[in-house]
Design a protein around this ligand. Sequence first.
Ligand SMILES: Nc1ncnc2c1ncn2[C@@H]1O[C@H](COP(=O)(O)OP(=O)(O)OP(=O)(O)O)[C@@H](O)[C@H]1O
Ligand SMILES: [Mg+2]
Length: 255
Amino acid sequence: MKKRVVFNQKGGVGKSTISTNLAAASAKRGLKTLIVDLDAQCNTTHYVGVDNSDDIHTVADMFKQTVGWFSKTLTAEDFIQPTAFENLMIMPADPALGEIERELESRYKMFKLRDTLAKLDDQFDRIYIDTPPNFNFYSKAALIAADSFIVPFDCDDFSAQAIHRLLDNVMELKSDHNPELACEGIIINQFNSQANLPKQLVASLIEQELPVLNTHLSSSVKVRESHSQRRPLPFLAPSHKLSQQFEALLTELEG
Ligand SMILES: Nc1ncnc2c1ncn2[C@@H]1O[C@H](COP(=O)(O)OP(=O)(O)OP(=O)(O)O)[C@@H](O)[C@H]1O
Ligand SMILES: [Mg+2]
């Protein structure tokens, strides 16, 4: 089982879109794939069509169980929901993640996600973890649980300035808590090859010897359509340019 986390502390850079579409492309290849949604916004959970207002167990319940707030004893499998897509499952988020964060942090539960995912080792080939737009308890738990991370970059000057701080934060966590954590690279999202600024920003990252992945993701209105139809792009529009780019990205990551 390989566990990848998609992380950037900046909001709106494409974390949920990228983690969901990579997971969907992975499932389409026949790999048993789990998405873990750690963001209280629940965007990824909704994107794959799971309604967490139903009486289902979520990743928040998994954390609640570790502090004894949950009366029943549940196993790792109990926090997983099927999706409408073959080979694709999700550990859904719920808004309660925000309410319990302080308590979890003060009780040092950052390692519990890693322990839970380890129990699923023989059931999944790949796990994709979507993180909130903060270097907070949940992002740290994800980076501790994962084998590798990828960083979406939205071709914005503020993002370029923030990338060193981001990598410093992750490297510190790696050395303290997860020495095996590998950086798979920076994924350029919403790339517009006709405009100068994105090209300059990407060239500057490469000049600084930052690990920019070869595949770039274009900007497309199809992303919003895909969100609203709750169908990841590889299922909604397999021959669309952006779906093909997600396929290429997955191939690049998988080697
Ligand atoms: N390649 C793309 N083409 C067009 N729109 C995109 C693309 N990637 C992301 N978007 C849009 O950008 C917005 C943010 O995307 P997304 O929710 O995936 O980012 P995020 O990093 O998960 O955000 P947050 O930090 O709030 O969790 C969404 O409105 C989405 O439709
Ligand atoms: Mg998101």
